[in-house]
Design a protein around this ligand. Structure first.
Ligand code: SF4
Length: 313
């Protein structure tokens, strides 16, 4: 008779945890949303996997009153801004975003005084207080369109300098002033990493996220948001891809495209904040209904204004 191995024991414990999550989810009428960068096992228990805005909009549309948002703080906050009548839970309360933390409302107010004629376009990777101080929000997939549409020739683009520069390369008739923020995970990847990956897989199409450094973006064959990357790989006739974004995306990409060969641009593309959410934290969130993310109503209304303007675009 086979003995109980450590692996069997672990698999059994994981199976029980998943069953309990499923049971509690029904009991609480909850839905689990997971960002594309979450751990594979967290993506697997989620009802929906997607990018931050997609998930926040879903949270607002779905009938469930309890939303377990497996992502980082600003994402759960965006869901709370769009769905003030729902309970938004972030399973790991310390899961933040270093890029979102690179701008705060006070510094933004000071900058606005320096350049009063600039409109503020704010990437959704930002706090509610920063969104509230901005004219309009954008995502990585609609940033170019938002900037093109806005009625101002001068744009202060916050907080991602790389996305700002990517937008500037596409919109020539506006002055774009980038805030000096960046995503530590995407910034880590260099042109040298890209050249090495291309040398290892010369036939692969290189697809990167616009949060990457400018020289990496310029050297790529295609630039897209996480959802855009998923779509591009799915619809492309190519068989090999090098992907320049956070490693978590590989889980769905490889599963949904089993006949294609897909490589990560660099194994350093890991966001530690995204990996803080684990199955046991999802279970605790549902058991104890924590950590609830709320936004003060006055602040929420102002932040909602910037998100709403973007959704209208
Ligand atoms: S991948 Fe970058 S932008 Fe996304 S949460 Fe992590 S640090 Fe923030």
């Amino acid at each position: 008779m086979a003995g109980i191995t450590f692996e069997n024991y672990n698999n059994g414990a994981k199976g029980r945890m998943i069953k309990e999550i499923e049971r509690l989810k029904k009991e609480r009428c909850a839905v689990i949303l997971a960002h594309n960068y979450q751990r594979p096992e967290v993506q697997d228990i989620a009802d929906y996997v997607g990018d931050s805005l997609e998930l926040s909009q879903l949270a607002a549309r779905l009938p469930n009153k309890v939303i377990v948002f497996c992502g980082v703080h600003f994402m759960a906050e965006s869901a709370a801004i769009l769905s003030p009548d729902k309970t938004i839970l972030l399973p790991e309360k310390y899961a933040g975003c270093p890029m979102a933390d690179m701008v705060n409302a006070e510094d933004l107010k000071a900058k606005k005084k320096e350049i009063p004629d600039a409109a503020v376009v704010c990437y959704v990777n930002s706090s509610a207080e920063v969104k509230a101080e901005s004219d309009i929000c954008c995502t990585s997939s609609n940033a170019v369109k938002v900037v093109e549409t806005i009625d101002s020739d001068k744009i202060l683009f916050i907080p991602d300098r790389n996305l700002a520069r990517y937008v500037a390369s596409k919109v020539s008739n506006k002055e774009i002033i980038p805030w000096e923020g960046y995503c530590v995970t995407h910034e880590r990847v260099t042109l040298d990493d890209l050249n090495k990956a291309k040398a290892a897989h010369p036939r692969a199409v290189v697809v990167v996220h616009p949060e990457c450094r400018v020289d990496v973006v310029e050297a790529a064959d295609h630039v897209a948001s996480t959802s855009g990357i998923m779509k591009f790989v799915r619809e492309s006739d190519s068989e090999e891809f090098i992907i320049g974004t956070e490693m978590g995306i590989m889980h769905r990409l490889t599963r949904d495209n089993p006949t294609k060969r897909i490589y990560i641009l660099s194994t350093g593309m890991v966001c530690p904040n995204m990996k803080m959410t684990t199955l046991d934290k999802v279970l605790t969130a549902l058991q104890d209904m924590k950590w609830q993310i709320t936004v003060d109503e006055e602040l929420r209304t102002r932040a909602y204004g910037s998100l709403k303007k973007m959704l209208e675009v």
